[in-house]
Design a protein around this ligand. Structure first.
Ligand SMILES: Nc1ncnc2c1ncn2[C@@H]1O[C@H](COP(=O)(O)OP(=O)(O)OP(=O)(O)O)[C@@H](O)[C@H]1O
Length: 263
């Protein structure tokens, strides 16, 4: 059985004045332990698809199954890492990382030890009693990931998690997060605008195009790129190939628009 099966998704947002078709005819399959990325320009439906896969709302058409069950019934199996860390400023780092377990009534000594061990694996020692404002942005994002991993989700959603960080911290965290998730055998979906980031972290990249959002092309990332530095992944020929594919698509959409406006 496929771990994650996304079947024939179409989605239209209906507002008072109009209808926007955000996604058309999306099907994809992900096996357990795979890391995939959704890449593409603004407005091509990446976040909409991520939200549908997470079961946050139902698509107009199609279905999403995680291990054969509809995701809408499995929200607690899904973890998030977002652009903002959403740590509670009035809680210590320890209280923050244990919060998800507490809410789910799963907090026991074993889980607590697991969460604290995750902090060490993320290179964060002696921070339990500190408050979020005492940490750097990169450290806070690592704490946010620990909080997510502590609940042991089956599927992780990473929606532009590094876009607010400085360049060096971003490169460091891309490596750390993808190595950690691989070592835990976690299945993850990353939404990003950054081609280098998608290559550095993914097994497979789904390139989206807009109006309506659809999968334009799928790129397999060669295994050897996993061992490369973030600099090498950004200079690999695959980076140029993806960039040129996006560029051609943008040009062709631009020329379609100008034909439409020609009388
Ligand atoms: N709640 C909503 N109501 C109406 N239209 C929406 C809504 N959310 C998104 N859209 C529209 O759906 C389309 C896809 O949006 P979406 O946010 O999924 O794209 P995206 O690729 O994630 O963009 P970005 O990279 O800028 O986050 C866009 O045309 C957007 O304007």
């Amino acid at each position: 059985m496929t771990f994650l099966n996304v079947q024939d998704i179409h989605h239209t947002y209906f507002t008072k004045s109009n209808a926007v078709t955000a996604l058309s005819n999306i099907s994809l399959q992900v096996e357990e332990g795979e890391f995939i990325s959704f890449l593409g320009p603004s407005g091509c439906g990446k976040t909409t698809l991520l939200s549908i896969i997470a079961g946050l709302f139902q698509p107009t058409e199609g279905r999403v199954e995680l291990e054969g069950k509809q995701v809408a019934t499995l929200k607690s199996e899904i973890g998030y890492m977002l652009q903002q860390d959403y740590l509670f400023p009035w809680k210590t780092i320890e209280e923050n990382i244990l919060l998800g377990l507490k809410i789910n009534h799963h907090l026991d000594e074993e889980k607590k030890a697991y969460a604290k061990d995750l902090l060490l694996q993320m290179g964060l020692s002696d921070v339990e009693s500190l408050y979020p404002k005492q940490l750097s942005g990169g450290m806070r994002q690592r704490v946010a990931l620990v909080r997510t991993l502590a609940t042991e989700p089956k599927l992780l959603m990473l929606d532009e998690p590094f876009s607010a960080l400085d360049y060096q911290t971003k490169l460091h965290l891309e490596n750390l997060v993808s190595d950690t998730l691989k070592s835990f055998g976690k299945t993850a979906i990353l939404v990003t605008h950054d081609i280098g980031e998608a290559i550095a972290m993914s097994d497979r990249i789904y390139l989206f195009s807009p109006s309506p959002g659809k999968v334009h092309k799928v790129f397999e990332v060669p295994e050897e790129l996993r061992e490369c530095s973030p600099f090498d992944t950004r200079n690999h020929p695959l980076n140029a190939e993806i960039f040129q594919t996006i560029w051609k698509e943008m040009e062709s959409l631009g020329s379609q628009e100008s034909h439409k406006s020609t009388p």
